[in-house]
Design a binder for this molecule. Structure first.
Ligand code: NAD
Length: 274
C-alpha cells in the first residue's frame, strides 16, 4: 500500500457546500453577492441578508434562476431586533445555519480632525455591532444544532495597515480580528471556527464612491488615487476581484477541522505581506 500524506477522506479536490446553510450579510452587492453566488454554486442554500430588500431579492432571484436555493431577508446589522428576526426567519425557512459571512460594510472618509462623531459611531455600528450581533446569532444556532459551523468576518488590509482618512474603518477592521480570535477560542468546543478575510481594494460600489471622495480630500486626480493610493503597494498594480475574495471565503467555509481557525487571510496582490 502507498502511504499518503493526508489521512484518507479529509482532503478533497472539490470544495462542496452540499447540504449546508449559509447567511451572508451585505449580500445584495459587491463582495457579499459574489460570495453568496459561489456558495450556492457549491451546493449551499444561501440567505441574502441586506438593508436593501429590493436588491437582496434581485440577488436571490438570480441565484434561484440558476437552479440554486436562495432567500432574501431584510436585515439592518446594527439593530439587534432586526438581526434576531432575520436569523429566525432564515432558520424557519432553511434550518439552522452552518456558515455566516459577516460582510455588510460602509465607508466614510475624512481626516480625523474633521471626522464627525456621528459618522464615527455609524461606521463602527455597521462593522463592529454588526459583526457582534450576527456572530452571536449564528453561534447560538450552531451550538443548538450540534453541527458546529464557520464564521467568516470581512476584514480588510485595513485590519493590518492604516491609511489616511479612515480612522473608524481601520479601527473597526482591526477590531474584527480580535472578535474572530475570541470566537475561535469559545467556539472550538462546539466545532465552530472563526476567521477573517482581508481583501485589498476591489472595485465594488463601496470603492467606486471613495475614488472621487479621496481625490477631493487629497487634492489629486482620480487616476492618482487609484495608482498612487489604492494600488501603490501591490506587487503588480492590480485590483483584487470579487472572485478572488469569494474563493477565499469558499476555502474557509469548506475547511473540515479546527486546524484553520482564529486566522486571517490577506487577499491583496501583495499590498500587505504577513
Ligand atoms: P458594497 O457597498 O458593494 O456592499 C455592501 C453591502 O452592505 C450593500 O449591499 C449594503 O446595502 C450593505 N449594508 C450596508 N449597511 C448595512 C446594514 N446596516 N445592514 C445590512 N446591510 C448593510 O461594498 P463591498 O465592497 O462589497 O463591501 C463588503 C465588505 O467588504 C465591507 O465590510 C467592506 O468593508 C469590505 N471590504 C471591501 C473592500 C473593497 O475594496 N471593496 C476591501 C476590503 C474590505
Amino acid at each position: 500500500m502507498i502511504a499518503t500524506a493526508e489521512p484518507a477522506g479529509r482532503a478533497s479536490t472539490r470544495l462542496s457546500l452540499e447540504g449546508r446553510n449559509a447567511l451572508v450579510t451585505g449580500a445584495a452587492s459587491g463582495l457579499g453577492r459574489r460570495i453568496a453566488e459561489l456558495y450556492a454554486q457549491a451546493g449551499a442554500s444561501v440567505v441574502i441578508a441586506d438593508l436593501r430588500l429590493e436588491d437582496a431579492r434581485a440577488a436571490a432571484e438570480a441565484i434561484g434562476a440558476a437552479g440554486h436555493k436562495a432567500l432574501a431577508v431584510q436585515m439592518d446589522v446594527t439593530d439587534e431586533q432586526s438581526v434576531e428576526a432575520g436569523f429566525e426567519l432564515a432558520k424557519a425557512q432553511l434550518g439552522a445555519l452552518d456558515i455566516l459571512v459577516s460582510n455588510a460594510g460602509i465607508q466614510i472618509v475624512a481626516p480625523i480632525h474633521e471626522f464627525r462623531f456621528a459618522d464615527w459611531k455609524k461606521l463602527l455600528a455597521v462593522h463592529l455591532d454588526g459583526g457582534f450581533l450576527t456572530a452571536r446569532a449564528a453561534v447560538r444556532q450552531m451550538i443548538a444544532s450540534r453541527r458546529g459551523g464557520t464564521i467568516i468576518f470581512m476584514g480588510s488590509v485595513h485590519s493590518k495597515e492604516a491609511s489616511r482618512l479612515k480612522s473608524p474603518y481601520v479601527a473597526a477592521k482591526h477590531g474584527l480580528e480580535g472578535l474572530a480570535k475570541v470566537i475561535a477560542k469559545e467556539g472550538a468546543p462546539y466545532g465552530i471556527r472563526s476567521n477573517v478575510i482581508c481583501p485589498g481594494f476591489v472595485r465594488t460600489p463601496l470603492v467606486e464612491k471613495q475614488i472621487p471622495e479621496q481625490a477631493h480630500e487629497l487634492g489629486i486626480t482620480e487616476d492618482e488615487v487609484i495608482r498612487n493610493v489604492m494600488l501603490k503597494d501591490t506587487v503588480d498594480g492590480q485590483f483584487t476581484t470579487v472572485d478572488d475574495v469569494a474563493q477565499a471565503a469558499l476555502v474557509f467555509a469548506t475547511w473540515p477541522s479546527n486546524a484553520l481557525t482564529g486566522q486571517s487571510l490577506v487577499v491583496s496582490h501583495g499590498w500587505f505581506m504577513q
